[in-house]
Design a protein around this ligand. Structure first.
Ligand SMILES: Nc1nc2c(ncn2[C@@H]2O[C@H](COP(=O)(O)OP(=O)(O)OP(=O)(O)O)[C@@H](O)[C@H]2O)c(=O)[nH]1
Ligand SMILES: [Mg+2]
Length: 512
């Protein structure tokens, strides 16, 4: 690595100013292991120290304009790959005597967060972050001053709900359940019906002692800011004096994006923005954003002290109530095998547009090379409504076997992970294996009977009325029943509009 002429060779021992923790992912800053979270190249720490020292020496006399010039000159001399770490240029402070985060040198984040934010991928050779265990929540069982927000994603519900929460959370603190990614559900999704569906599952789990009593359920889209204000109002209501708010949930369900959505609607702005990304395991440590940063958004009207950010200084958060973003709980999904770009390609960015096809006896429906449903036995063609970002392919079971075998050998086939990775060669995924054979019967015309869900990939709804048939569901080896594939009652039973698509060559022509 090139050495910057104006920087000391060795990193500073301790500046007292550089935060100990990456504010993006919560990992402790370190400069020993480049592949681990929290890594900062020594030169970045040194630059930061130099900038901080200069700032202190100059004190109030140096003008902000000069600060910016000096800042830009220093950043210019850094190697190209590090330069972005120092943007944006610090903005004008609101008042000269109150230091705010924005008047200090730009906020430092670790190289992993930087790469996730700017390149949508992990740095080369990055080690993956082990999911948190339930034990890491034990502190919440002992605390009496917290509101616990359990986050799960709506499309994969209920597989996205963590299990055995009662054992660690106890029943002391109020629990709020937040279902995220509402924006990807099709237009017709009725919130009322979804709520009923969710409450049924929650009540069943509460009854079985698997879930502590849930105070309220919220359906939100952090991306589109839907339902976030209502959630904030509920948290205000439930918070007692000096209470913390803890977000917990499985990997990649949208906890960090939710923190950012709450910040976005708050007056405090995005100075505490945390890192959210497609890659499971983005948040590496417990990260606290002080409650006062959210202003009146989270401050309980009767209990919290006045919202006055300037009286506190920018970094002294100890002992203050905070909103905690936490590392995700284990959530083994087949999508763990995909790269950030592949994940991005197959994750729906906009509302899912379900399409309904015929599935004849003896035929198979393939979703990429990652999910498969066979119509094994029964006289009737059935209707299948597909809710997935993966391209469907319908063919005979013999041809499906052949296609998958060729795909497994690395051959380019029509099976692709998503529109943007169409036909691209990649290291083959583990083969598909049969997970379950079951019987189904469609009871009501135009209505869904059952969802076969592959959490993370989407789901297929058996639609309309039909006599009993036997079906076989397949999933990628190692990702079987539960986390890899599950049957559930239909999440959106009325999404079939009566229109059946004619399947043409891998379905590509049929997708709007
Ligand atoms: N469409 C949509 N995507 C979302 C929403 N919330 C989160 N996401 C996406 O889901 C992915 C995971 O979000 P994160 O906030 O990083 O998830 P997390 O639960 O913090 O993940 P870990 O830190 O890995 O446990 C990111 O690509 C987000 O942009 C939402 O409301 N709508
Ligand atoms: Mg996170």
């Amino acid at each position: 690595m090139s050495q910057e002429p104006f920087l000391p060779k060795d990193p500073p021992k301790s500046t007292g100013k550089t935060p100990k923790q990456c504010p993006g992912c919560g990992a402790a800053f370190q400069h020993e292991e480049a592949s681990a979270p929290g890594y900062l190249p020594p030169s970045v720490l040194a630059t930061r120290a130099a900038m901080t020292a200069e700032k202190e020496e100059g004190g109030a006399e140096s003008s902000h304009r000069e600060d910016i010039k000096r800042y830009e000159a220093q950043v210019e001399q850094l190697p190209e790959e590090l330069r972005e770490q120092f943007s944006p240029t610090p903005s004008t402070p609101k008042s000269t005597d109150t230091p705010t985060p924005s008047s200090s040198p730009a906020r430092l984040i670790c190289t992993r967060c930087h790469s996730l934010i700017h390149h949508n991928s992990l740095p080369q050779n990055a080690s993956s972050v082990a999911p948190a265990s339930l034990k890491s929540l034990a502190i919440l069982g002992k605390r009496r001053n917290a509101v616990v927000v359990v986050v799960a994603d709506l499309p994969s519900f209920p597989a996205s709900l963590p299990e055995n929460l009662t054992s660690v959370l106890g029943s002391t603190n109020p629990v709020v359940l937040v279902l995220t990614k509402k924006d990807v559900l099709p237009k017709g999704a009725s919130e009322q019906r979804l709520r009923r569906y969710i409450w049924e599952v929650v009540r069943a789990r509460e009854g079985a002692g698997e879930m502590p009593p849930v105070a309220s359920v919220h359906l939100v889209s952090a991306r589109k800011n839907q339902g976030v204000r209502e959630l904030a109002a509920d948290l205000r209501r439930l918070r007692g004096p000096q209470d913390h708010v803890y977000l917990t949930g499985r990997l990649n369900v949208g906890k960090s994006e939710l923190v950012n959505a709450l910040l976005r609607i708050s007056v405090g702005g995005m100075a505490h923005k945390v890192t959210a990304s497609w890659i499971p395991g983005t948040t590496a440590g417990h990260l606290s954003v002080p409650i006062w940063r959210f202003g009146r958004t989270l401050a309980s009207p009767k209990t919290d002290e006045p919202v006055n950010a300037s009286s506190r200084g920018p970094t002294n958060y100890r002992g203050q109530p905070g909103l905690f973003d936490t590392p995700g709980l284990a959530n083994p999904r087949v999508t763990d095998l995909l790269s950030g770009q592949e994940l991005r390609a197959l994750t729906p960015h906009n509302q899912l547009k379900p399409l309904t096809y015929h599935l004849k006896p003896g035929n198979s429906l393939l979703l990429g090379a990652m999910a498969r449903l066979d119509h094994v036995e029964g006289d009737h063609t059935i209707l299948v409504t597909i809710f997935s970002g993966l391209l469907p392919h319908i063919t005979t079971q013999t041809k499906a076997d052949d296609l998958l075998a060729r795909h497994a050998q690395g051959e380019r086939t029509i099976l692709s992970l998503g529109p943007q990775t169409s036909g691209s060669a990649r290291i083959p995924l583990p083969p598909l294996v049969m997970v379950e054979e079951f019987e189904a019967k469609g009871k009501i015309p135009k209505m869904g009977t059952m969802d076969i869900s592959w959490p993370g990939l989407g789901w297929v709804m058996l639609t309309g009325s039909f006599d009993p048939v036997r079906l076989r569901a397949w999933a990628v080896q190692g990702y079987g029943t539960g986390s890899g594939m599950m049957r559930r009652s239909p999440l959106m039973p009325y999404e079939y509009t009566g229109r059946v698509e004619r399947f043409v060559q891998a379905g590509r022509k049929m997708r709007p």
